[in-house]
Design a protein. Structure first.
Length: 150
């Protein structure tokens, strides 16, 4: 794979099966319902601007994706913050710069629409993902996510 043969574009509803397949290949379990809700919100809600991207191989096959939300607030005014909630790269394309380029494209896209800050959540024990985000200039925020198990 030549890194320059990967193209990036806004995600479309038709990318659903490819996104679900990549996620399942990575996690070894299906999260079909999760993506049904995500795609419903992304493609059928007027409260969110398009922010999710896919990476396509030369043959047009989706090999990676990044999903985020840019909330459109009251009176059509959007927040200056966005949220990155899901990223996935087909294991056959990992360690080849696809994830880094997806992040760069995602940041450039959000920057052009006026976003000033991007938030994401990462499992404290997922050192690979923490390393990935750190390498992409993310750092711990000043807020702490608290939880209570019942």
């Amino acid at each position: 794979m030549n890194e320059s043969t990967i193209k990036f574009r806004l995600m479309k509803a038709e990318d659903f099966d490819a996104v679900v397949a990549i996620d399942e290949k990575i996690l070894k379990t299906s999260r079909l319902e999760y993506y049904e809700v995500k795609f419903e919100k992304l493609f059928h809600s007027k409260d969110y601007l398009p922010a999710s991207l896919v990476a396509e191989a030369e043959d047009g096959r989706v090999v990676g994706f990044v999903m985020g939300e840019l909330y459109m607030g009251e009176y059509g005014i959007f927040e200056e913050e966005a949220r990155l909630d899901t990223i996935g790269v087909d294991p056959d394309y990992q360690q080849k710069g696809v994830g880094r380029r997806l992040m760069d494209e995602f940041m450039d896209h959000l920057r052009t629409v006026g976003v000033k800050k991007i938030n994401t959540l990462v499992d404290w024990n997922d050192s690979k993902l923490i390393h990935f985000f750190s390498a992409n200039q993310f750092s711990p925020s000043k807020t702490i996510n608290l939880e209570r198990r019942l």
